[in-house]
Design a protein around this ligand. Structure first.
Ligand code: HEM
Length: 476
């Protein structure tokens, strides 16, 4: 066994915790992996290694180290690992988990252009988000201040913004099929980093073990795929070539134009994968951010009150917020930034891999090594933040109450594979949050205080909680 272990860490490879034979360090990742990995970095350094059942992995910790790799050596750290799970799910195609190369460039470009063309670049797009905000607060109003779990409403409202870009249409809040799809897709985001999934990556033959969470993951993925296939077919009806109405149309234009090209990465299958990835990447993250924001506003009534005051002073007579108002609302901006920093929606980013041999801090990392970016460690980096463990929007304000940008703030990661939905997410967060708090005062049902311990997965979300949204008397 000793001989095997020696072989596993190549010369010049960063050190790390001792692996248990065969399964390596997989068990240590069972609870709060981002916290465990940050603690490990205090022993082994900013860059250290893990053995995930024979899959050698490098973990990057702290702002300096992550910036050095993802930004200064952007091309080197731009790949995704060819893990058996990703191979099975999207064959390393699509967009989010696509190998770094022509396929990724083509798909990223098309998605970015579509997001601009059908989204933020369109004048009426902001109005469409505001419309969704109204559906959202009206649906909350139906609870008449009684306790309810906001998870489903937030999910529906948020996913509708991406739906507008991808399909040109929103889904109503009672569309059970769409909701079910999102639910099992989001369950997969949780399962993707479960012990079973990590085991599957190390030992793909457990595919033939008939029980275990990985089987659930495969079943969910197959169901999501069938749903998307059908929906995409439905929304492509009536398409006029070169006059795209939405992302699906734009993709089909590319697919037709590149037909017969030997190197083309556009395919029916990659269309389904990228639609799925865009829907889940856009919904899961923004929804979790808003759910955390609602929870923290309720936990900190004095912060909520200051948000109310700012909203009332900028939005006279209860008028609808627009993106132009954002710069006049530094406190709201500070609160949303602190939620993103403190709650760490994507604590370990999305797994990366090296495209070629890399040299970092004197270590050598071979091509194809899996890389984990501990974004949580950036937001808790004591070199850049004072008392990082304290929730304090104030840290994003100067002494005059103006909003200040902070460097060690990477909720959307950085470099070549950074989040392509950042701009859209920021619009959604601002408009949903201000519309919600303009109309409601949020409080817990009497006698209850929910936990802030997150539910673990690729993303961190609050445990289900109930909240009362009580209509406010607008002060003019
Ligand atoms: C990638 C965070 C919203 C689409 C990522 C990554 C992070 C992230 C950390 C990983 C980047 C890396 O590999 O280093 C977030 C957060 C969001 C958010 C915190 C909301 C608050 C969105 C939205 C969309 C989106 C609204 C689109 C609808 C994507 C895609 C990728 C990605 C497609 C993969 C990019 C690539 O591999 O080239 N996001 N995201 N995200 N995000 Fe987001």
């Amino acid at each position: 066994v000793r001989q095997l272990m020696k072989q596993r860490r190549p010369p010049g490879f960063p050190p790390g915790p001792s692996p248990i034979p065969v399964i390596g360090n997989i068990v240590s990742l069972a609870t709060e992996p981002h916290v465990f990995l940050k603690k490990q970095s205090e022993i082994h350094g900013q860059i250290f290694s893990l053995d995930l059942g024979g899959i050698l992995t490098v973990v990057l910790t702290g702002y300096d180290c992550i910036r050095e790799c993802l930004y200064n050596q952007g091309d080197v750290f731009a790949d995704r690992p060819s893990l058996p799970l990703f191979q099975k799910m999207t064959k390393m195609g699509g967009l989010l988990n696509c190998k770094y190369g022509k396929g990724w460039i083509d798909h990223r470009k098309l998605a970015c252009n579509s997001f601009r063309y059908f989204g933020s670049g369109q004048r009426q797009f902001e109005r469409k988000i505001s419309e969704e905000c109204m559906f959202f607060v009206d649906a909350i109003d139906e609870h008449k201040g009684k306790p309810f779990n906001p998870k489903h409403l937030v999910t529906n409202a948020v996913s509708n913004i991406t739906n507008l870009i991808i399909f040109g249409q929103r889904f109503t809040y009672d569309d059970r099929n769409f909701q079910h799809m999102i639910e099992i897709f989001s369950e997969n985001v949780e399962l993707a980093v479960s012990g079973w999934a990590l085991l599957y990556n190390a030992f793909p033959w457990i595919e033939y073990v008939p029980f275990g969470k990985h089987q659930k993951l495969f079943r969910n993925a197959a169901e999501v795929y069938d749903f998307l296939l059908e929906v995409i077919h439905g929304f492509s009806q009536g398409r006029v070539p070169h006059a795209p109405r939405h992302y699906v149309d734009a993709y089909l234009d590319e697919l037709e134009q590149n037909k017969g090209e030997p190197g083309s990465s556009f395919s029916q299958e990659n269309l389904i994968y990228s639609v799925g990835e865009l829907i889940i990447a856009g919904t899961e993250t923004t929804t979790n951010t808003l759910r955390w924001a609602m929870l923290y506003m309720t936990l900190y009534p004095n912060i909520q009150e200051r948000v109310h005051r700012e909203i009332d002073s900028v939005l006279e007579n209860g008028r609808v917020p627009t993106m132009e108002d954002k710069q006049k609302m530094p406190y709201v901006e500070a609160v949303l930034h602190e939620i993103l920093r403190f709650c760490n929606i994507v604590p370990l980013g999305i797994f990366r891999a090296t495209t070629q041999e890399a040299k970092v801090n004197g270590y050598t990392i071979p091509k194809g090594t899996m890389v984990i970016t501990n974004l949580y460690s950036v937001h808790m980096d004591e070199k850049y933040w004072t008392d990082p463990g304290v929730f304090s929007p104030q840290r994003f304000l100067d002494s005059n109450g103006n909003f200040v940008k902070r460097e060690a703030f990477l909720p959307f990661s950085m470099g070549k594979r950074c989040c392509l939905g950042e701009q859209l997410a920021r619009m959604e967060m601002f408009l949903f949050f201000t519309t919600l708090l303009q109309r409601f005062h949020l409080q817990f049902p009497p006698g209850t205080v929910p936990t802030v311990t997150p539910k673990l997965g690729m993303t961190l979300q609050p445990q289900p909680y109930s909240i009362c949204a009580v209509r406010r008397q607008q002060k003019s």
